[in-house]
Ligand binder design. Structure first.
Ligand code: ZN
Ligand code: ZN
Length: 356
């Protein structure tokens, strides 16, 4: 079905313009104001001045974060754990064991960081390291000061636009203020469980619910960072191709990888599981120990949001709430597709996790 046009307020003269999103994608820079003739959408790497995380954060991220914040003492616990040296420990390890990226060293990769940070309005720049590893991975950590790490396997696998997309994704975590909690999720779920229990006398019955709660939120936070990368690359196919390579890419197979086939795989899987309660339960079990939603679901959401009126409005610097009187302004929560779980589902999952 054809999408109806949406009203875009010109960022130069303020006059409304009716734009049809389905016709706008792929020719954003050709959209001009009917009154002043200036460009409606920002150029790539132009700062989205006025952009706030709430303008694009995925509703599940916002809601899960609120639920996480209701856990008694979580801030104090996390700050204590992190302040006691876990972040410093990892920082030192990285400085000794990885390559720091700066304008004078790996300058091309550094430019990806600069461009993405510029778009999202992030300053100061975080540190960026390339770490030798056969695992395709990227992550951001820190408590106050932020550090992005990308692995050599990731660099070798991806083309430049895809690598920039990954860096934009990591910057999205910084923009959305995810990093303290993500650092805690990673540390607690890997090296710190035993140490934390010993150091602070915390019973595992307290630590494990915290870990599962953090991992649940951690997965939902990925959906917001995926949206941040779309604000930077303005092209969901680049994002889906990146996801496809992370799921099963290989340099030898690169020429044969097909974004549309990957999205078709997602649709087929969705059809198979949609009305099958057992498969839904299996899915929850399979994801419960993971820090990320599985790639096909993320690819599907990238495709969906990457062509949405909400993204188009943001790229024209029409931010929710800023254009009072515009009935077609996307709400704070944006569009929620029918396949997303409801808040009731979230609270019941939390109840299952925490046993109350
Ligand atoms: Zn205008
Ligand atoms: Zn992420």
């Amino acid at each position: 079905m054809m999408q109806e046009g949406i009203l875009i307020q010109c960022r130069h003269c303020g006059k409304p313009n009716r734009v049809e999103p389905s016709k706008a994608w792929g020719r954003l820079q050709a959209l001009h104001c009917g009154s002043c003739a200036k460009e409606l959408a920002v150029d790539r790497y132009e700062t989205l001045t006025g952009l706030q995380p709430k303008h694009y954060q995925h509703p599940l991220d916002q809601r899960a974060r609120r639920a996480l914040n209701t856990l008694p003492g979580i801030d104090t616990l996390l700050k204590t754990l992190l302040r006691e040296g876990l972040v410093k420990y990892h920082h030192l390890l990285l400085r000794q064991n990885a390559v720091e990226v700066h304008p004078g060293h790996l300058g091309r990769v550094h430019r990806f960081l600069v461009h993405s940070a510029q778009t999202l309005g992030i300053s100061p720049l975080p540190s960026l390291y390339v770490q030798q590893s056969p695992l395709v991975n990227a992550y951001t950590y820190g408590a106050g000061e932020h550090v992005i790490v990308i692995t050599t396997a990731l660099v070798d696998l991806l083309e430049e636009d895809e690598l920039e997309t990954v860096i934009a994704h990591e910057l999205g975590h910084i923009h959305c203020d995810h990093v303290l909690y993500k650092t805690a999720a990673r540390l607690l779920s890997t090296i710190a469980v035993e140490a934390a229990s010993r150091m602070f006398g915390l019973a595992s019955s307290l630590i494990y619910p915290l870990i599962y709660g953090l991992l649940y939120w951690d997965r939902t936070s990925e959906l917001s960072a995926d949206r941040a990368e779309l604000l930077v690359n303005q092209d969901y196919k680049t994002s889906v191709r990146t996801m496809l390579k992370i799921a099963g890419g290989s340099r030898k197979l690169a020429a044969e990888l097909d974004v549309d086939q990957f999205l078709a795989q997602a649709r087929k899987t969705q059809e198979l599981t949609e009305n099958n309660i057992l498969e839904k339960i299996y899915h929850i079990i399979q994801e419960s120990n993971s820090t990320h939603h599985f790639p096909i679901w993320r690819a599907q959401k990238l495709e969906e949001w990457g062509q949405s009126p909400q993204l188009l409005s943001l790229l024209c610097r029409n931010f929710p709430g800023a254009n009072s009187g515009n009935p077609e302004d996307p709400g704070e929560d944006g569009n929620t597709s029918s396949q997303e779980i409801s808040w009731k589902d979230i609270t019941s999952e939390f109840r299952n996790i925490f046993g109350f």
